[in-house]
Design a protein around this ligand. Structure first.
Ligand code: GN1
Ligand code: MG
Length: 370
């Protein structure tokens, strides 16, 4: 859809005059633009079209982001030694946190975070360790923000029972006539479905604590500075009450896969154990005071859980004719699902090693600093 960016930004309270914009191509959901203005020394702005098909409650979503960024900003002001940055919402001229245009489309704006970069596939243990630490710090800084201040903007986002039910319904409807192409994948899902319901059961029984979590901890949602220190967590659309396991698992799914999320040569897909270990150590270091026994026992499995659930969502979207995730070609969601399922298999074969690494990391990171 062609959008009149120069007109849209007039509704936000920005410094300087509009000079131009560049479209950012990452992410499967929203559309993002870097907007440049004439304000001297200003990094510009990050304007986003928010996908209302996916995010039905934009008011709740922006309120969640505002609560979280406000809380983080307070924490950072109190603790200057933490060299961390937080997204800054730019309000509209009327004070609102989002702009609803005449076509019913939703927009929001942040200050652009300049001179930072992300990592898609990670092959450096230092970067993995930094990333783990950063997501751990993010979660620990949010530990005292009361969870009832946030809305569950996508109900059941990582609810496995619900995702499975939706998948089975889609198979029956078969609206895009694609079920015939995915018999192997259906068998893969059925074989593991029962095992995957273990984590939701622990959450329902109150054995896994609810925390404020990010819920979309793709490794490239961590921004690094020029010396590759992790300094900012972005993409806060799904900050909600959740389990710490979701955040650990999704970062491993993305950061510790030796291949891209949509790699077509499945022989390249594997879990990179040194990267996994480095991330686990960083994460555990930041959260060692808070981790419960049930979280520790399920940390390694959470990587499989999250890889399975995202694979299931890609597969469901393929069956439905791709209404959810942005795709570049007709098989794209199927390719993504196949990568996730191959990664689950690779993690199954290394399950014991992955759990041992968690225990070893705990030993190392829990040792008193001398
Ligand atoms: C979506 O916004 P983006 O592209 O980082 C999705 C995540 C998936 C991810 C898969 C709101 O994240 O849940 O893990 O794609 N976000 C939403 O790459 O559904
Ligand atoms: Mg996202």
């Amino acid at each position: 859809m062609e959008r009149n960016i120069s007109e849209i930004i007039t509704h936000f309270s920005i410094e300087g005059d509009f000079l131009g914009f560049e479209k950012n191509t990452t992410g499967h959901i929203n559309d993002s633009y870097r907007v440049l203005t004439s304000a001297a020394g200003h990094p510009g702005y990050f304007l986003q079209w928010i996908n209302n098909y996916i995010f039905k409650d934009i008011e709740g979503l922006m309120n969640n982001i505002s609560e979280v960024t406000g809380h983080l900003a307070e924490k950072l002001a109190e603790n200057k030694s933490l060299d961390f940055k937080v997204l800054e919402i730019i309000p509209c001229n009327d004070g609102k946190k989002f702009y609803l245009d005449a076509d019913g489309q939703y927009w929001r704006m942040y200050t652009f975070i300049d001179q930072m970069h992300g990592h898609d596939v990670v092959d450096d243990v230092h970067i993995a360790y930094e990333g783990g630490k950063a997501f751990g710090i993010f979660m620990s800084m949010l530990a005292d923000l009361p969870a009832n201040r946030l809305t569950e903007t996508i109900p059941g986002f990582h609810n496995m029972a619900k995702r499975l039910e939706t998948f089975y319904k889609s198979l029956i409807t078969d609206s895009a006539d694609r079920v015939k192409d995915i018999q192997q994948e259906i068998n893969f899902v059925r074989k593991r479905a029962a095992q995957m319901l273990g984590i939701p059961a622990l959450i329902a029984e109150g054995k896994l604590p609810k925390r404020i979590t990010h819920n979309d901890t793709k490794f490239n949602n961590i921004l690094f500075d020029s010396s590759d220190k992790a300094v900012c967590i972005v993409d806060l659309d799904t900050v909600m009450p959740g389990s710490l396991l979701f955040d650990f698992g999704d970062a491993i799914r993305t950061g510790a896969n030796t291949a891209a999320e949509d790699e077509t040569d499945l022989s390249k897909v594997d879990i990179n154990l040194p990267i996994y270990e480095a991330y686990a150590r960083g994460f555990i270091k930041s959260l060692r005071q808070t981790l419960t026994e049930a979280e520790i026992n399920n940390l390694a499995f959470s990587a499989r859980f999250m890889t399975f659930i995202i694979g299931l969502r890609f597969l469901t979207d393929f069956v439905d004719g791709d209404p959810y995730f942005r795709t570049s070609y007709p098989q794209h969601n199927l390719d993504r699902a196949r990568v996730q399922f191959r990664l689950v298999e690779r993690m199954e074969s290394k399950a014991d090693k992955m759990h041992d690494i968690v225990l070893r990391s705990l030993e190392i990171e829990k040792a008193p600093v001398i």
